[in-house]
Design a protein around this ligand. Structure first.
Ligand SMILES: [Zn+2]
Length: 577
């Protein structure tokens, strides 16, 4: 009892600005929950200068919702949301504090009846010197919401994110002198108005134009501080011309073949990301002399990539499914990522000796499985791992449609009689192995570990990459297969015996593996690893994620010594158990 009297409520004694600072790290829901801490925390919630309103917290579940109209319940919830935003804003504005952020995210069927509230809220935010304005109003039917001219009076705004609304042409000068970030997503806005924004906001550093229709030309000039530009899904674009002396990063996504791109006026551009573009990329990148980071993603039109650069440090070629050849000469390359379905026909990477690689391949076999799977493993081992330096991550997604019969390690050993490569992390993602009988799991594992010796071996435990189709029996089968494979793998590791490989100089993985233990389980939704005591018992109850095993091999030669120099095989074979 005495102790309780002596207890001091220290968190309620904190100064106002510290409590607000703590709140700034919390989600809107968590901020609302702080009211239970004390009267003071509840009171300080009113003066918290970050006003974040998301209709999602006022929605019913999916079953209650209709695509086209509001149900009576939904309508009631919607009115409650409007009332909550209105009351909270008015309460805050009465205090006459300046507003750090105002975020509104809502969707409605018609703006009628709501326009006056939206206009009033923008007016209140502007009057309270809002610094960050994030306004997302999606109208599913009826007419769009047109932003009021008051918005142009937000002199102190540093970040302006608009989504789903109309922004009418303004003849007045835009006075966003402090504006650093402008993001327009699905905003109905004329070309001239965008150009006006760019040329009349001298502090602009970050520009995002996304899904803006009937928009033919982007011309960026008079933007001395502009550092990053993103142009995404503006399908009607015919030309992009950027003259920005400070520009460092640019992302172009979903750009048509006919679109003309001129970035010659960006001498400091060093990072370029291209997603689903049909343009001639070689021509574009050859005009960017300081390019250090290049990401090419989902560009199915590109069949060959040949590039030579002394500046390039980071190259990522991701999901370009028709890529047949990759030839890169970049002696300072430090990081290379490749994600493909079919193994490229021609592959050569000349990077730095410190270059670390992340490789992701999908083994998808639907004909002549036995021969192809061995060829596939062989190509990965000899043509990929054999020509790159440090492999940080190798992911093999296995999707085998054809029943496999004679597939075995011995055949693979004959084709590729060298020791496996050392890699940091091997991820085995069992997509579909129902055509591999469990008796062939051994061959699958043996071949995988004939390709490489991983320090960490991760096996994915998941349903499907299509989370929306949650009650699909295929997903359950896939999870069942993953569980079976993990159980098999665990048993193999625990009960490994080394009575095999007697007549061979180079033995299989069993003879080199010194120790094996479960490293962790990492759920997809929460990157915090979970400790697993009893894997087999806990497996069915685990959420989707990755099980990581730590493998300790009985030798640790540096990768270069092992493969660049010839006699390393003998050195290694002398260390056999
Ligand atoms: Zn063996």
């Amino acid at each position: 009892m005495g102790d309780q009297i002596g207890m001091v409520d220290r968190i309620s004694e904190l100064p106002d600005f510290i409590i607000h600072h703590i709140m700034s790290y919390l989600s809107t829901k968590e901020v609302a929950q702080t009211c239970v801490l004390s009267k003071r925390w509840n009171h300080l919630r009113t003066s918290f200068p970050i006003l974040d309103f998301d209709q999602i917290y006022f929605r019913g579940d999916l079953a209650e919702r209709n695509m086209y109209t509001f149900s009576v319940r939904e309508k009631r919830r919607f009115c409650k949301f409007i009332g909550y935003v209105d009351a909270s804003l008015l309460r805050f504005c009465e205090l006459k504090f300046s507003m750090q952020k105002f975020r509104l995210s809502m969707s409605l069927f018609d703006v009628e009846g709501v326009t006056s509230f939206l206009d009033k809220w923008i007016e209140l935010a502007v009057a309270n010197e809002v610094q960050e304005l994030d306004f997302n109003v999606e109208v599913n039917g009826g007419s769009r919401y047109s932003l009021p001219a008051t918005i142009f009076s937000a002199k102190l705004v540093t970040t302006l994110k608009l989504s789903g609304c109309n922004l009418e042409q303004s003849s007045d000068t835009i006075r966003f002198h402090s504006l650093k970030k402008l993001a327009l997503h699905r905003v109905h806005i004329g070309e001239q108005m965008v150009h006006k924004f760019i040329s009349e906001c001298p502090s602009l550093e970050d520009l995002i134009l996304s899904r803006i229709g009937d928009f033919k030309r982007v011309c960026v000039s008079h933007a001395p501080k502009l550092k990053t530009v993103t142009i995404d899904e503006c399908f009607e674009l015919e030309s992009i011309e950027i003259v920005a002396p400070s520009l460092q990063q640019c992302t172009l996504a979903y750009i048509r073949k006919s679109c003309l791109i001129d970035m010659a006026g960006c001498p400091h551009l060093n990072s370029l990301k291209l997603v689903e573009v049909d343009i001639e990329i070689h021509d574009l990148i050859s005009k960017i002399p300081l390019l250090e980071k290049l990401i090419i993603q989902n560009c199915d039109e590109i069949t060959e990539f040949e590039f030579s650069s002394n500046r390039l440090k980071d190259l990522q070629i991701l999901r370009c499914y028709n890529m047949d050849g990759i030839v890169v000469d970049a002696p300072n390359l430090l990081s290379f990522s490749l994600e493909c379905r079919d193994v490229p026909f021609c592959f050569s990477i000349n990077g730095s000796r410190q270059c670390s690689c992340k490789l992701k391949f999908l083994i998808k076999l639907d004909t002549e499985g036995d021969i192809l799977i061995l060829t596939w493993f062989n190509i990965i081992k000899e043509e990929f791992l054999g020509v790159v330096h440090q492999v940080k991550e190798l992911r093999m997604s296995i999707n085998i449609m054809t029943p496999l019969d004679s597939f075995s390690l011995d055949e693979f050993r004959n084709r590729s009689p060298s020791l496996p490569r050392e890699v940091e992390n091997l991820i085995i993602d069992v997509w579909n192995i129902r055509n591999i009988p469990p008796s062939k799991y051994v061959a699958l594992l043996d071949c995988s570990l004939w390709v490489c010796f991983p320090r960490i071996l991760s096996i994915e435990l998941k349903r499907s990459c299509f989370p929306l189709i949650s009650i699909d029996c295929l997903e359950l089968k896939r999870r069942k297969q993953s569980i079976e494979f993990i159980k098999f793998f665990y048993e193999m590791m625990i009960n490994r015996d080394t009575k095999c490989c007697n007549s061979h100089i180079i033995k299989c993985w069993r003879h080199y593996l010194k120790d094996f233990k479960i490293d962790s389980f990492v759920p997809y939704k929460d990157p915090k690893p979970l400790h697993v005591d009893n894997l087999i018992a806990e497996l069915p109850g685990l959420p989707d994620g990755t099980i990581r095993f730590h493998l300790d091999w009985c030798f640790s030669l540096h990768i270069d010594e092992a493969y660049v120099t010839g006699p390393s095989l003998l050195n290694r074979s002398s260390m056999l158990i």
